[in-house]
Write a protein that binds this ligand. Structure first.
Ligand code: ADP
Length: 546
């Protein structure tokens, strides 16, 4: 074949630092508001975030940190965490977000795997770090994200207060000139099966992901938006919001350490937030607060809900009571994380009432940049008929090509398809619906029962605060569903009432064999129900039908 004629356009590397440069130059005064860990609300803007990130970059270099080094952060969403990300990538180093709610041993394992050299840590998490730092030999420096006045006593050698440390450098610094394919961020999956695996984002993947995230059919962000990422920066690349907001100059409102309903509502209303994003648990807490106080959401226009299936009651409350558009989204740490978003297409634009709620249970469509397919176990494509479910596989420029350190390669095939471990069906419009995680699906007599569908229905009962469905061993059917319920405060629903509530809404053979009541469900650090732990708790449970 003849060599193709090359285009004559500039190679402008897609670097994360260009995002904050743009924000500072074109949206310099746009506010970045945070609830600080120390307590008060803190206000800054993109110009100063960039100026302090430049300082931070310079100060990191003086600390001996350089390109390719992993720099950990164990922190809430605040302006300091944001500055740290940009300063770190600005010298070609890699921000490595640590999930503070993992077990200390797991955090230490992850830090050792990543060989983190320096850590930015919030006051809240200092006690955890004190425990694990001695077992992380690569760690040579601890910077506590606070000022000298709030710096506590600590057993960590050489720990310094961020503000004093930062003040030792000025902002006369140029971002390092690196290739767009260089690594920028590192985030470990939660490791529900085996050890956690590191996903290594590049500058290019982050910038491309932001272009996709800001679009109308995704998060729909602009300089008119006032966006509150409730989803922590340490969860799945912070859903990319640390890049997509500055890219368009959207104001940012960051909730810091407080994510209870009252605190979230306070920021939503006083800061006139128009856009927000988080996992369903956060919204259940907010809606409960609104129920109890009768408060309203006058400014909020759009909420992206993902990370776990969004219960119908949540969608219904937001849309019908508060007039807030719910965008149900699916994604993973491995996908940066946006994979699909459920936004209206002409084919569904006329849906109303219950039909619209039905539709919104699905996780949505793939934006440009995400290719998806469903296959059987032999990698044969399955039809997009909205019924046949199979393994969900994706590929694209912001999907992982492998894991840090070359682990877990079996989930990536030679054509670039990443096997997500989720089970889904896709309809003729390309609307994807997750029916389960492959490991959570309940296998009853050779057929599959979706735990997600049952949970979504169960939380629709007025006395139920939270619900989970797991498969429990059954001599005849292999597994049968057990519904585990946390009742709302002061309520005592019965087994019979709950099963009657499900009756008629599901196929007869999907009916849980029993209901167990608990005070609380085990959650992962990102607010998802920990099915593995729950199955462990109920491993000796005997179903009445067994
Ligand atoms: P973790 O392993 O810590 O949960 P991720 O955030 O990467 O890490 O989780 C991704 C998984 O979360 C997906 O594979 C899927 O099972 C689940 N998930 C994400 N969004 C949704 C959603 N909207 N509905 C159902 N499941 C979801």
């Amino acid at each position: 074949m003849q060599a193709p004629l090359q285009g004559l356009m500039q190679h402008w590397p897609l670097l994360c630092t260009k995002v904050i440069d743009h924000a500072a130059i074109h949206h310099g005064r746009r506010e970045v508001i945070s609830r600080s860990v120390e307590g008060p609300i803190h206000r800054t803007d993109y110009a100063s975030v960039r100026a302090r990130a430049l300082r931070l970059a310079k100060r990191l270099e003086r600390e001996g940190i350089g390109a390719g080094d992993r720099v950990a952060t164990m922190a809430w969403n605040t302006w300091r965490h944001l500055e740290a990300w940009y300063g770190i990538v600005g010298i070609g180093a890699i921000y490595h977000t640590l999930n503070p709610r993992l077990f200390p041993d797991q955090i230490a394992w992850i830090m050792n795997d990543a060989e983190d050299r320096l850590i930015f840590v919030d006051l809240t998490f200092l006690p955890i770090l004190e425990k694990i730092a001695p077992s992380v030999p690569s760690l040579t420096k601890v910077v506590v994200l606070t000022d000298a006045a709030h710096m506590p006593e600590t057993s960590l050698p050489g720990a310094v207060a961020y503000e004093a440390w930062l003040a030792e450098a000025d902002e006369d610094f140029r971002w390092v000139d690196i290739d767009e394919t260089a690594a920028a961020g590192l985030c470990y999956t939660s490791g529900t099966t085996g050890n956690p695996k590191g996903v290594l984002y590049s500058h290019r993947s982050n910038v491309l992901h932001s272009f996709i995230a800001i679009a109308p059919d995704a998060m729909n962000l602009s300089s008119m938006s006032r966006a509150m990422p409730v989803v922590p920066l340490f969860h799945a690349n912070g859903w990319g919001i640390a890049f997509s907001c500055p890219m368009v100059g959207a104001a940012m409102v960051m909730p810091g350490p407080k994510m209870d309903g009252a605190s979230i509502h306070e920021l939503l209303s006083t800061e006139r937030v128009t856009f927000t994003a988080a996992v369903p648990t956060v919204w259940l807490m907010l809606l409960d607060h609104l129920d109890r106080t009768g408060a309203d959401l006058p400014d909020l226009k759009r909420v992206v809900i993902g990370g776990a299936a969004c219960p119908r009651v949540v969608t219904k409350a937001f849309e019908e009571r508060f007039g807030v558009e719910v965008v149900h989204a699916w994604g993973m740490t491995e996908t940066s994380p946006l994979g699909t978003l459920n936004v209206q297409k002409p084919e569904t634009a006329d849906l109303k009432g219950e039909a619209l709620l039905d539709h919104k249970q699905a996780q949505g469509q793939a934006p440009f940049g995400v290719e998806m397919r469903i296959t059987d176990d032999e990698n044969r494509d399955l039809p997009w008929d909205g019924q046949t479910f199979g393994r969900l596989k994706v590929r694209g420029p912001h999907v992982a090509a492998g894991y840090y350190g070359g682990k877990g390669t079996e989930v990536f095939d030679e054509e670039g398809w990443f096997d997500t471990g989720d089970v889904a069906h896709i309809d003729a419009n390309g609307t994807m619906r997750i029916t389960d995680r492959a490991k959570d699906v309940i296998k009853s007599g050779g057929e599959w029962i979706s735990s997600i569908d049952l949970e979504n229905l169960a939380v629709g009962h007025p006395d139920v605060a939270e619900a989970a469905v797991i498969g429990v061993a059954h001599p005849r059917w292999d597994e049968r569903p057990l519904l585990v319920v946390v009742p709302k405060d002061g309520k005592a629903p019965t087994r019979e009432a709950l099963l009657a509530f499900l009756d008629g809404k599901i196929a007869k053979w999907w009916m849980p064999d029993d209901v167990a009541f608990v005070d609380e469900l085990p959650h992962t650090a990102t607010g998802k129900i920990q099915k593995l732990e729950l199955r462990r708790q109920f491993k000796d449970y005997r179903l009445p039908t067994a």
